[in-house]
Each structure stands twice: as C-alpha cells, then as structure tokens.
Design a protein around this ligand. Structure first.
Ligand code: WTA
Length: 563
C-alpha cells in the first residue's frame, strides 16, 4: 500500500467555531448574513453573485470549468456581467417575475448563468436533466405551461414544440439559429453588462424540480428564495465551505443536488465552484480533482463505488492532496466506501440526507461528529427528526418506521405545482411531522439508519426514478400488454430498473425485441430510466379489487429467485 501524507487541514471546522453540540439553534441566527437583512431587498441571484462583487471579491474565481480538452474560468465580476447580459436578453424577450424559465443545458457555466439570469429577474427556473429525451422534456414543461426555454442546439431536437403549445420563446446558447427563436449568446454579447435586480419576497418562487414518487407522473416541487437561509448555512457547516476552498459537486443541476449544492450553496458562500463537462471516467474525475485542486468534494455512492472498482493503481497516479472534506448524498453510503476513503485518501466520507422536497440537507455527518458507518448521521442544528409508526406515534430507538421531520424549516418546499393534495400527502399525521417516505431507525445516540423506501420509488445511482413514468412509456410499445417496474438491488448502482412485461399475442420474447423495447424507453424518456433488465412473464400479479399491478410482489419474487 502506498503511504499517503495527510491532506492539508484548513483550521478548525466552521461549525466547531460557531456552534456547540447540544446548543439550541434558531435559523434566525443566519439572517444577518444576507444583504436583505439590512436593505429589505431579496433575491437569490443577488446574494450568490452581486453581493460578493460589492464586497470587493470581484476578482475571485467563481466558476472553474473543465472538459478533457477545455478549461475556462469566470471571476465573480465576470459572472455578474454575464448574468446581467443574459438577464437583459431574457427581459427584452418578455420574461418577467413569476414566469417559468426552463433550462436544458449540459454541465457548463452557461447552465449556471442561465439559471441565475432568470432568477435575477424574478422568474422561476426549471433546470432539466441533460439526459432527458423528448417525452420527459414535454411532460415537465407542459405540466406548468412553461413559456420559456433556454437550451443548446444539440438538445433542441428533443424539444417537440408542436406538443408544447405553451412554449413562447426558445433561447439557444449557440450562435447559429437553427430552429430557435433567439440566440441568447449572440444577443448577450451585445447586451448591457449592468442590470437591475428584480426584488422579490422570501416566499416567492425560485425554482421548480420535477420529481418522482411511486404513483403518477413526476410532480413539480416549487421552492422559494427563503431557501437561501438553509442552503447557505448547510454549505457553511456541513460542507464546511471556507474562503479558500475549491469545491466540486458532481451532480447536474437537473437534479436537486446539482442546483442546491452545485449552484446556490457554493456561490452563497463565495467559494470557487468546479464544473466538469465530460462524462464520468475515473481518470477524468481524478484529473479534475488534481488539476483544479479541489478541497471539498460532494458526490454520490455510485460514483465512489465506480472509483473504488477502478482500483488504487489509478488513484495513486494522481496528486489528490488538496482534498480535505468529502461528502455523499442520494443513496445509502455503504461502510466499504467509507473504509475505501479512509484507506486511500485518508479522509472519511460524510453522508448527508435530504430530498428534493426538503430543499436542503436535514440529516448529516457534520465534520465534527463521529461517523458511524451505515448511518446517515444525525439531524443538523435546527432540525428535529423522529421515527413514527403507521399511526403516527413516535417509536423508540432501534425500531424501524417512517422517517419524520418536525415541521417546518426554511427550505421546505413552497408547494407542489397545482397539486395541494400531493403536498398534503407529506403530512399524513397532521402538520407537525413531514413524512419523507423513507423507512429508518434511530439508535440510542440519535443517529439515523436508512432502511429503504415505504413506497415503490426506485433509486438508481442516486437518481430518483418513478416506476409509473417508466411503465407508462413501456406500455406505449405495441408489443407490451402489461408491465410492472421495480428497482432491483445492484452492487454498484444501488438499484437498477427492472421491468416485467407480458407480451401481446404474436410477439416473442427475443433479445432483439427486448432491446428494441429498451431503446424505446431510452429514446423517449432518458437513458437512466430505461430498464437494464427485462423479464417476460405470462401474467403479472395484480390486486383482486382494482387490478393494479403488485410491484411489491414482483420484487419479492425477484429477490427469492436471486436466492
Ligand atoms: C434517498 C436527493 C440513503 C432517499 C437529495 C430520499 C438517501 C431520496 C440519502 C431523495 C442517503 C437521499 N442515504 N438514501 N444519504 N439521501 N436518499 O429527491 O430515499 O432525488 O427520500 O433528493 O433519496 O431523492 P431526491
């Protein structure tokens, strides 16, 4: 084994200096950090960008972008100017406060700029995952009658405008104008680099993310500008972001982690954010860590497992000594991964838990706390959790039940778009407890141990997949008569999507047909939701009364078969 020197320490952790374990904490303590505390003027984009320039940090690198062949940086001042230019273009084309602006762009500074420009003029930004195909894009924009979209020429063919009647203007980030209405980059180059911020209320809409549960199509979760309170604070205490940090969150802003901890939290904390534009490979990731001198790194267990599988030999070729703090989110972090981090990087990986709906981290291994491998950590300051039984009664330590959070907290979702019933469904036992849909138990010390979902939601590589959306697509294929989709345990990805299908008469279960069906989902929705496994069955298990497919039964049979 190669001996590695200790990574650089960065003084005491922020949380250690600012809070004593056990001390009461009120979110109001965070308010004076923001300019609105003095001025009364609220806007997330202002707090992320303009404020730093006004405080004399304009020359600091805000964004550091890499691909295998390119490298580009934006200082806070340059970011401000670019955001201003883009917001002037959006405004000139009619975008105003409260409008939905969808952003469908790859991991690139333009994605950050587009989001911040829309927010600066009070619009509600809807980042779309870069792998979404036609139907996934259409369903989301149609659900909230989105009028504006900022995209890339490469993605434009996945936007079927005939089927998105609400769409008024499509902005593209490329200079040629093939099929778009406005080249935002071209117009921005000529636009004024100063712009007025549109002031909003803390409770006004900030962003919308569509997210899956076990039933129905994805729902639009809307968050408000007040989220910045918790997003700043968790950036400071959980990610331990400090003035000199170079921070890399590997998620795309189409996932909530990529928006909250890839855009807002690091910029609110005024650090340098790394954006990596290439696809995952161990080599390119290690290279980014080395070249950008990343000090704080936030990723997901699947990525860590993939790096682990690549072996120490690859890792040891890189100088990763700038790393000082590593975190994980999105799926269970298995103890082997924590041990791998300790052994190879001399760092413990800190798990964090939260959801799209919760808007920021709620349970975490603060850098100052002892990690118990297998546990997600404990509630962060200001958050109280409990485990409830099916009647909403609090269970004692060691008993598994519904993971519940005492409401409310600053970044809890504002609403589920046009679906009050769905919003209420998170509070089945009354307004006191938000129910996550996760099953967990607490130990005697209050550490939270994740035990699975209480519904059929699938978690593959930390990506949340609703079986209903996949089933709806599969059933559109002419060969498919009936379908049930489940998450099947997988050693690297946590779960993979597995579909059970019954075929219409005249179709065989040949490999070609199954491949065609897989491709049908891949091309219609997105690659990551396409079933990795398809099993043809005569008939699917169903409930007697409603005839609904019993996913639970499929899962049980599948597990038994796997032995
Ligand atoms: C799961 C991602 C185990 C959980 C930020 C939750 C986790 C869902 C963890 C939310 C973790 C998130 N350990 N499971 N540390 N973090 N999850 O909305 O089931 O994409 O309900 O938000 O991911 O997924 P979402």
């Amino acid at each position: 084994m190669t001996t590695r020197t200790l990574p650089p320490k960065c003084g005491a952790y922020n949380v250690a200096e600012e809070w004593m374990e056990g001390e009461p904490f009120s979110w109001e303590r965070v308010h004076p950090v923001f300019s609105w505390y003095q001025t009364g003027n609220v806007n997330m984009a202002y707090e992320c960008v303009d404020r730093h320039v006004e405080e004399g940090k304009g020359d600091k690198i805000a964004l550091h972008y890499f691909t295998e062949s390119e490298e580009e940086t934006y200082t806070y001042k340059e970011l401000q100017q670019e955001v201003n230019r883009w917001s002037n273009v959006l405004k000139a084309h009619g975008v105003k406060k409260g409008d939905f602006v969808f952003v469908f762009l790859p991991k690139h500074p333009y994605c950050h700029i587009a989001m911040l420009a829309a927010i600066k003029i009070g619009a509600v930004v809807g980042p779309l995952f870069e792998a979404f195909m036609e139907e996934a894009v259409k369903d989301r924009i149609n659900d909230c009658d989105g009028e504006y979209l900022i995209t890339d020429l490469k993605f434009l063919d996945r936007v079927n405008r005939d089927e998105i009647p609400s769409l008024k203007t499509v902005f593209t980030t490329d200079f040629e104008l093939a099929g778009s209405d406005v080249s935002i980059t071209k117009e921005a180059a000529e636009a004024d680099d100063t712009a007025d911020t549109v002031w909003v209320d803390l409770d006004d809409g900030l962003n919308i993310h569509y997210t899956s549960g076990s039933t129905g199509k994805p729902k639009g979760i809307i968050h408000a500008h007040r989220n910045m309170i918790q997003q700043y604070q968790t950036g400071r205490w959980v990610l331990d972001l400090k003035e000199g940090d170079v921070y890399w969150c590997t998620a795309h802003p189409g996932w909530v982690t990529g928006t909250v901890y890839g855009v807002f939290a690091p910029l609110l904390n005024g650090v340098t954010t790394v954006i990596h534009g290439s696809r995952f490979s161990a080599k390119s990731w290690y290279q980014v860590l080395e070249q950008a001198k990343v000090s704080v790194w936030y990723s997901a267990p699947t990525a860590y497992r993939m790096l682990m599988a690549e072996g120490d030999k690859t890792l040891n070729k890189y100088n990763l000594y700038s790393l000082r703090h590593i975190l994980s989110v999105g799926e269970p972090l298995n103890p082997e991964v924590i041990h791998w981090g300790e052994r190879t990087l001399n760092l413990r990986i800190h798990d964090t838990w939260w959801m799209t709906e919760t808007g920021a981290q709620l349970v975490a291994n603060l850098p100052t706390r002892t990690i118990k491998p297998g546990s997600m950590g404990r509630p962060i300051p200001g958050i109280e959790v409990a485990v409830l039984d099916d009647n909403g009664e609090i269970l004692p330590a060691g008993k598994t039940g519904h993971l519940a959070i005492k409401s409310s907290w600053p970044s809890l979702m504002k609403e589920v778009w046009k679906n009050q019933e769905k919003f209420n469904s998170y509070f089945p036992y009354g307004p006191e407890w938000y129910i996550a849909g996760d099953l967990a138990y607490l130990d005697e010390d209050g550490y939270v141990f994740f035990q699975g979902r209480s519904d059929d939601m699938i978690n593959s590589s930390g990506e949340r997949i609703g079986p209903f959306e996949v089933e709806s697509k599969l059933i559109e294929h002419e060969a498919v008569k009936e379908v049930g989709v489940i998450g099947k345990p997988d050693p690297v990805r946590g779960e993979i999507v597995k579909a059970f299908i019954a075929l219409n008469p005249g179709y065989d279960g040949s490999e070609e047909l199954l491949e065609e069906i897989r491709l049908f989902v891949r091309k219609g929705l997105a690659a990551h939701v396409a079933p990795k496994e398809i099993e043809v069955v005569e008939e699917l298990p169903k409930t007697q009364i409603s005839g609904k497919v019993l996913r639970r039964e499929l899962k049980k049979r599948d597990t038994e078969k796997a032995g």
